[in-house]
Design a protein around this ligand. Structure first.
Ligand code: NAI
Ligand code: MG
Length: 368
């Protein structure tokens, strides 16, 4: 039996609470024939309290060795005053950088049971299943020069630089086409080639990768502002949306909110494929933070974290049947009305974090 090496980094606040529920799911799959070797370590404020850094070198080495890293959440008011270099978020940034995680995958799925919780009409969002692929390590957040300069007259000028290279666009385009091939085989590439040179290059390269490597996939180009409108008007027209770091930040948040609570949103960040092993570094985490307002109260919705593990099953381990089964178990639990406070139906009783994990485990047994 192949074993998959998982590193669990629960972090702070509700991170450990939601990770405990993932451990129940991992345990269920382990009892049912999927081999996992799990290790855990500290990250964020928890690592700072223990070691004075936001992630230890030992934990970094374990992350490099792991087939997938499951990350909870970091930060909280307790660490507001710690030095910038060792603040809790620095642990996550270090992981992204050292593991070379350049592709951020943010699915937006609307479970039928939650369609009425969306700000849009049920018929617009019911059955929605789109994937936003955001370039994560380039673009205007990192391009140089990046500065605020004081001019001779005493006024100031701020500069950020939007910069993309051929290689950066090629590799994110391949991730998007590859994913689309496993879904409904359509890619929408969003940029602003009408006003930005990076957009012109983006469109050229995506077009070439499509023609040379993925001709069977449907490709459309869409201007990023139009994409934002279409996401709200008719989101089900999309399958995979590929876009740069800045537009991806915004478009993925729009798409996410079509589907309900922060407690429902998983994500994956993928690195390059190692030509020797065919595998790639990957980190899976919920979109939400450490939620200090509800931490320690057993109220957190663990589905974003559990769904992130589902993405690891799918994208790191190729366990498609297991991933589909976990998705079905989550959908069934939601449909049964067993929900945490953030997604409870009006007037219905909410359950706690642990009841959701238990209910999903029970549902997995019922489905198998
Ligand atoms: P947050 O995502 O932690 O919370 C925002 C709101 O959503 C809160 O009211 C919270 O109770 C609720 N919420 C979040 N996750 C939930 C869940 N699973 N179930 C039910 N309700 C949930 O964002 P916020 O409050 O801006 O940040 C809190 C801390 O988390 C800060 O220290 C921030 O820096 C950190 N943070 C960490 C992230 C990470 O680890 N990747 C990402 C975002 C924020
Ligand atoms: Mg954002």
């Amino acid at each position: 039996m192949a074993t998959h090496k998982l590193l669990l980094l629960p972090g702070d606040g509700i991170g450990p609470e939601v990770m405990r529920e993932v451990e129940k799911i991992v345990g269920w799959f382990a009892r049912n024939g999927v081999g996992f070797e799990t290790e855990a370590d500290l990250v964020g404020g928890a690592a700072y309290d223990a070691h004075g850094v936001s992630i230890s070198e030992a934990a970094m080495a374990r992350a490099q060795e792991a087939d997938a890293v499951l990350f909870g959440a970091v930060g909280g008011p307790k660490w507001d005053g710690v030095p910038y270099a060792v603040r809790p978020e620095a642990g996550l940034l270090r992981l992204r950088k050292d593991l070379g995680l350049f592709a951020n995958l943010r699915p937006a799925i609307c479970y039928p049971a939650l369609a009425d919780a969306s700000s849009l009409k049920r018929e617009v969002v019911e059955g929605l299943d789109i994937m936003i692929v955001r370039e994560l390590t380039g673009g205007v957040y990192f391009g140089e020069p990046k500065e605020i300069v004081t001019l001779e007259d005493g006024s100031q000028r701020a500069v950020d630089t939007q910069l993309y290279t051929t290689g950066e666009i090629e590799r994110i385009a391949r991730v998007a086409f590859d994913l689309a091939g496993k879904r409904r085989n359509k890619v929408s590439s969003a940029e602003k080639s009408n006003v930005m040179k990076t957009g012109v290059l983006w469109r050229q390269i995506v077009t070439r990768i499509h023609r040379e490597e993925f001709p069977a996939t449907q490709l459309e180009h869409v201007l990023a502002d139009n994409c934002a409108m279409q996401l709200v008007r008719n989101p089900k027209q999309f399958d995979v949306i590929v876009t740069d770091n800045l537009f991806g930040d915004i478009l993925s948040d729009i798409a996410a909110m079509l589907t309900g609570s922060l407690g429902m949103l998983p994500s994956a960040s993928l690195g390059a494929v190692d030509p020797k092993t065919g595998s790639r570094k990957a980190l899976y985490e919920p979109v939400h933070g450490s939620a200090p307002d509800i931490a320690g109260k057993g109220l957190a919705n663990p589905i974003a974290m559990i769904g992130s593990f589902g993405m690891a099953l799918r994208y790191s381990f190729g366990l498609i049947e297991a991933a589909d089964m976990l998705d079905r178990a989550i959908a069934n639990v939601l449909a049964s009305g067993t929900r945490t406070r953030d997604i409870a139906a009006p007037g219905a009783n909410a359950v706690g974090t642990q009841e959701i994990g238990d209910a999903i485990v029970k549902e997995l047994s019922a489905l198998s």
